[in-house]
Design a binder for this molecule. Structure first.
Ligand code: DCP
Ligand code: MG
Length: 361
């Protein structure tokens, strides 16, 4: 977007979304450590928890068992997706008053491009403040906002001062902001990549910026180019309101090629669990399960199965993956990459894109 004018991007993210709604709708839960998710002594995980519960170290995707150990008096509440969807629609309607360039990432967060906006307000900060106030008034819930020149910085900024935060990174502060940013806070750098970076001494944006483009591509593949750009404050991805996710997947390139079928199944389990978490977060269920295998010699194949009922649980995913695995030479021929993806979503008209580029390990 060279030569074009600087954009004004807002990222809005609701605070402890499901948990705040449950506290709002049941006054007995206010001010208490609550957990939305299945109860302990099951294989359930925490979907989210109130800020009171976070003080005990509880967080999303932690097993309910561990959560109960960390805070024995935490209250487990079951989810009410119909209500979450209703609130999600309410906040989207507020966004639409300002711009049609709204790109939801999940039920509780979205990017807005307000460079040009329906109210002709020149300050994106003013818009973010207004939106926060209106969300509070209409839903009785708080949101945090990040305001900057692109999606990457706006997203990181919205997380800076949670809950009820507003963080503005104006153009002249962008480079400094990124240089100081801890690598663990980079949007698009997952846990595995973070560890890999730390091992080679990359702990902040400033460290990342020291690496040349070809070095980054050598270390991280295609996404190296993205790292190169964001360490310089460059992220030209548009806010795209029409991006509809068609599939969600996760894959792993193994450290060494393996042919032991138990080990292979173990890794596929891990991938399925990760996928379950992402599907839950996006409120997606899909009917088609795809298995991808790359053998040691780089021959790559996919096998898929379409079910009658959409699924999202790891145990359902893995049982189909095992069937698909039988249709491959895994176990006979060494494999170097394993991947699973889910497609044919129900509701695929509602859910838009998420972290598309970065579903890698
Ligand atoms: N969610 C989930 N499983 C996850 C992460 C999130 O089911 N692993 C759900 C519950 C959250 C909602 O998605 O309420 C939004 O996710 P966020 O990551 O934005 O988390 P919260 O809104 O709960 O908390 P925060 O205040 O940190 O944004
Ligand atoms: Mg949130």
């Amino acid at each position: 977007m060279e030569g074009e004018k600087i954009r004004k991007i807002i990222h809005i993210d609701m605070d402890a979304f499901y948990a705040s709604i449950e506290q709002r709708d049941n006054p007995k839960l206010k001010g208490k450590p609550i957990i939305v998710g299945g109860p302990p002594n099951t294989r359930s995980v925490v979907a989210t928890c109130s800020y009171e519960a976070r003080k005990y170290g509880i967080h999303s995707a932690m097993s309910s068992n561990l959560a109960a150990k960390l805070c024995p008096h935490a209250i487990f509440v079951s989810s009410h997706f119909d209500v979450y969807r209703k609130v999600s629609k309410q906040i989207r309607d507020i966004f639409k008053d300002y711009t049609d360039l709204v790109e939801p990432l999940s039920l509780d967060e979205a990017f807005l491009d307000v460079t040009m906006n329906k109210k002709n307000i020149s300050s994106a900060t003013t818009i973010a403040m207004e939106i926060k106030q209106r969300i509070q008034k209409i839903t009785e819930l708080t949101a945090s906002a990040g305001v900057s020149i692109n999606k990457f910085i706006a997203k990181v900024a919205s997380d800076f001062n949670k809950p009820d935060g507003l963080t503005v990174v104006p153009p002249f502060k962008v480079l400094n902001f990124i240089e100081k940013l801890d690598i663990g806070k980079f949007y698009g750098i997952g846990k595995v990549t973070e560890q890999k970076m730390r091992k080679i001494g990359i702990n902040t944006g400033a460290d990342l910026k020291k690496l040349e483009l070809n070095k980054l591509v050598k270390l991280f593949g295609k996404v190296g180019k993205f790292y190169y750009n964001i360490s310089r404050g460059i992220d030209n991805r548009p806010v795209n309101p029409n991006w509809i996710r068609k599939s969600l997947g996760s894959e792993i390139t193994l450290k060494i090629d393996i042919d032991n079928i138990e080990e292979i199944t173990d890794i596929l389990w891990k991938i399925a669990l990760k996928l379950e978490k992402q599907l839950k977060k996006l409120n997606l269920k899909g009917k088609t399960v795809n298995l991808k295998i790359r053998y040691y010699d780089f021959e790559t194949l996919t096998r898929s199965i379409t079910l009658y009922k959409p699924i999202y649980k790891a145990e359902d995913i893995i049982s189909d993956v095992k069937l698909l695995l039988n249709k491959t030479d895994a176990g006979l021929k060494k494999v170097r990459l394993l991947g699973i993806s889910i497609s044919k979503f129900e509701n695929d008209n509602i859910i838009k894109k998420t972290y598309s580029l970065f579903d890698t390990h």
